[in-house]
Write a protein that binds this ligand. Structure first.
Ligand code: MOS
Length: 740
């Protein structure tokens, strides 16, 4: 059937455009109450007194919960990046650690009543000062945090000596701002307790299984008594990859009022109560020989984190793996603890920030050495991971660079800054390369062959809007010899076989592999029936000669076949169920280094009088291994590139470092790229089957495509204007400032 490789449209597309897809806040339950959160207006201090009497008298109010009467919770265990949650839980004590921290939860009959009553909560604070909020105002040194997922620093060879001895050197600081996820669907929870003490959480989350584990620990409820459900997600981007306090508060509120409770964050609360991407300050030093071959790389990154969690933005990771440096590579990461809620991953965390620094610096090096930017990268390509010394499983970076350059017409570029024009516009062409971490995670899946010959795929994985329902149907259909429309896919419910969260662009390679294995197991059971079952149609044949086709099994060289429906009927089976567990060795322990790669090319025009940058053209060449569905993969790339354009030109959360808060309250002040900002995008996949990455041959794709868009655009802006912007986003005022 070869369903894998077909450019299928999303099977859930119709549901979504007709409003048939049920998002968390859409779920209506009779008798459900609604909760609203009142939050702190100061960033650091203590609640001296809180008066809820007026709120309690407001129409429709059932209860007002504060740190005085909120049931107690167990602390959230800390785990960096692995799915967990913010460790500090509000409404448990009188302390204020960040602006926007919940201080009261109002439960009422309707959502408006709850929000209205929340405005009557009166608080007296003891203000602690000074508040420290971001790296601009911080009065303390960045520190090496205690908690880590990966080594915080790395050193291979002697980078400093290599750089000291280098012929050409670049030493630069690159900065980028705090950003928020700005999902269209706000965080929302519906908490329901059954009479037998079972808690069902409908939650807008990228990790139903992780949310169940956090809820079990924090609430002290056995995991088998908790279900978490999220069938559709209106944007996650990493912001829903952690459990945030509101989910747990909703669960407790439902217990207190003995009714289901809905809790949906307001748009304003999306900037204060759930995570964000922390700003980074990165210093990069590069040294090369006479030919532009790197001899040393040093990359140091600092980010702010909350007072209670050591969230590290591993921006310097990129420099550990992307380019060869003969003398050595050193990286460090440090944090500053400030009065804000915990930062979290945001689409292409680590890599998207790190590559802006590294690939901007590589462009500066190209000008310093006089070597063409594409040629410079070809000269520094490597088959061996510089960090671990392991060979890469597959690395089609050379192909990304050469094929991307050919599609873009890079050979027609004149290298001098300000040398290309279109009327009064300055034209600039820039490029960058990228490497993206590949994850190998365990996951389980179940495939059922139904009596009518159709199939059901089940896994507690997620479709976060990327097309997972569709590609999982393709994988099962391909293995079973069905057309994809004969496969139903169920995801996003902890009652299904346990799987991993939808993070790290890892779902196709891992959850997808579990579906592949489960489908193969179902097929093998069917083959056994066909060979040895009742009235066996393929009796006497060898199992290896049986192939799947046309909704059933057949012998490759003979005209014998049997449909699944007929096969099950002959054996008096209403269905055939197969479970499988994909349990790979973690990538870091494997024999090969597994990463995805890209080379991207941007053509911009800059209005020299207005400082306005417009993207004319963009070419992205990607090695993400085998592509299961070229249409949804291309859609991933379009989304990633647009996200990168936002990072380059628009996105920044406005902050008030004195009051210590994020200032954004709605979409109007947070710019993202719109259709009018995006030209035709030329996307090509140059990778092949990667047997180390996944049984499906795929590597991580989605976030890869968001990486290195910003440096490609920044490099193009330099080529257009001769002005190097090292602080994102590249706004009008930065281009109009005269000094370079
Ligand atoms: Mo992604 S930031 O790993 O959800």
């Amino acid at each position: 059937m070869n369903a894998i490789g077909k450019p299928l449209s999303r099977i859930d597309g119709r549901l979504k455009v007709t409003g048939g897809a049920r998002y968390t806040a859409d779920i209506a339950l009779a008798g459900a109450a609604h909760a609203a959160i009142a939050h702190s207006t100061i960033a650091s201090g203590r609640i001296v007194s809180i008066d809820t009497s007026a709120a309690e008298r407001a129409p429709g109010v059932l209860v007002v919960l504060t740190h005085h009467n909120m049931p107690r919770m167990n602390p959230v265990p800390w785990s960096h990046l692995h799915p967990q949650g913010q460790t500090y839980l509000p409404l448990q004590d009188d302390k204020i650690h960040y602006a926007g921290q919940p201080i009261a939860l109002v439960v009422a009959t309707t959502r408006d009543q709850a929000a209205h009553a929340g405005t009557f909560v009166r608080v007296q604070y003891e203000l602690h000062s000074p508040t420290v909020f971001d790296l601009r105002t911080v009065d303390k040194d960045a520190i090496v945090p205690a908690q880590r997922m990966w080594p915080l620093s790395s050193s291979v060879g002697d980078a400093d000596k290599a750089i000291a001895d280098a012929t050409f050197k670049i030493d630069r600081t690159y900065t980028m701002p705090d950003r928020h996820h700005n999902q269209m669907e706000p965080h929302a929870t519906l908490a329901v307790w059954d009479d037998d003490g079972t808690l069902t959480l409908y939650d807008s989350t990228q990790m139903v299984v992780g949310t169940k584990k956090v809820a079990s620990l924090v609430l002290g409820v056995p995991a088998e008594k908790i279900n978490v459900v999220c069938e559709f997600l209106g944007g996650g981007f990493g912001g829903k990859a952690w459990s945030w306090p509101h989910t747990l508060l909703a669960a407790l509120a439902a217990k207190v009022v003995n009714r289901p409770v809905h809790l949906q964050l307001t748009r304003a609360q999306m900037y204060a109560m759930v995570g964000h991407q922390a700003a980074t300050v990165q210093v990069i030093t590069l040294g090369t020989d006479r030919e532009g071959k790197l001899t040393g790389i040093r990359h140091d990154s600092v980010n702010p984190t909350s007072l209670f969690d050591d969230y590290v933005e591993y921006a310097a990771m990129a420099s550990r793996h992307l380019w060869r440096a003969s003398g050595g590579i050193s990286t460090t990461h440090r944090v500053v603890h400030v009065n804000r809620n915990s930062p979290v991953v945001l689409r292409a965390p680590m890599e998207a920030q790190g590559h802006f620094a590294l690939e901007s610096a590589m462009d500066e090096l190209a000008y310093a050495t006089g070597v063409d930017p594409v040629e410079l990268r070809l000269r520094n390509d490597t088959d061996t991971d510089p960090y671990s010394g392991r060979p890469f499983s597959t690395r089609a970076l050379n192909k990304c660079l050469t094929e991307g350059a050919a599609r873009f017409g890079w050979d027609k570029r004149s290298p001098e800054p300000r040398s290309m024009r279109d009327g009064r516009y300055l034209i600039g062409q820039g490029m960058a390369a990228a490497i993206f971490t590949h994850w190998r995670w365990p996951g389980k899946a179940r495939v059922t062959l139904n009596g009518d010959g159709s199939a059901l795929v089940e896994a507690a994985a997620h479709d976060i809007g990327t097309g997972t329902y569709t590609v999982m149907a393709q994988v099962a259909a391909d293995t079973l010899g069905l057309t994809p429309d004969r496969v139903t896919v169920r995801l996003g419910d902890t009652r299904l076989p346990e799987s991993h969260p939808a993070i790290g662009s890892a779902t196709m390679a891992n959850a997808g592999a579990s579906v592949l294995l489960a489908a193969a197991a179902a097929r093998d059971k069917a083959v056994a029936l066909a060979l040895h079952g009742h009235d066996a149609p393929l009796a006497g044949a060898d199992a290896n000669e049986v192939i799947t086709a046309d909704g059933g099994l057949m012998l490759a060289n003979e005209n014998v076949n049997i449909g699944y429906a007929e096969l099950l009927a002959r054996n008096r089976l209403s269905s055939l169920v197969a479970d499988a567990a994909y349990d790979p060795v973690e990538e870091v322990n494997g024999p090969r280094a597994i990463f995805s790669f890209s080379a991207v090319f941007a053509d911009v025009r800059v209005d020299p009088e207005l400082g306005l940058v417009r993207l004319n053209r963009f070419v992205g060449a990607y090695d993400a291994g085998r592509i299961v569905n070229p249409k949804t993969a291309r859609s991933q790339a379009i989304g990633g590139i647009i996200w990168g354009v936002g990072q380059a030109l628009f996105e920044q959360t406005e902050t008030d470092p004195v009051l210590g808060r994020f200032l954004n309250r709605n979409y109007s002040g947070y710019l993202v790229a719109t259709n009018a900002d995006i030209p035709e995008l030329d996307i090509v996949f140059v990778g092949g089957f990667d047997v180390e990455a996944s049984p499906l041959g795929t590597k991580g794709l989605g976030e890869l495509t968001a990486v290195s868009v910003a440096p490609a655009i920044a490099n193009a802006v330099f080529h257009a204007t001769g002005k190097r912007v090292r602080d994102l986003p590249i706004t009008i005022e930065k281009l109009l400032q005269s000094a370079t």
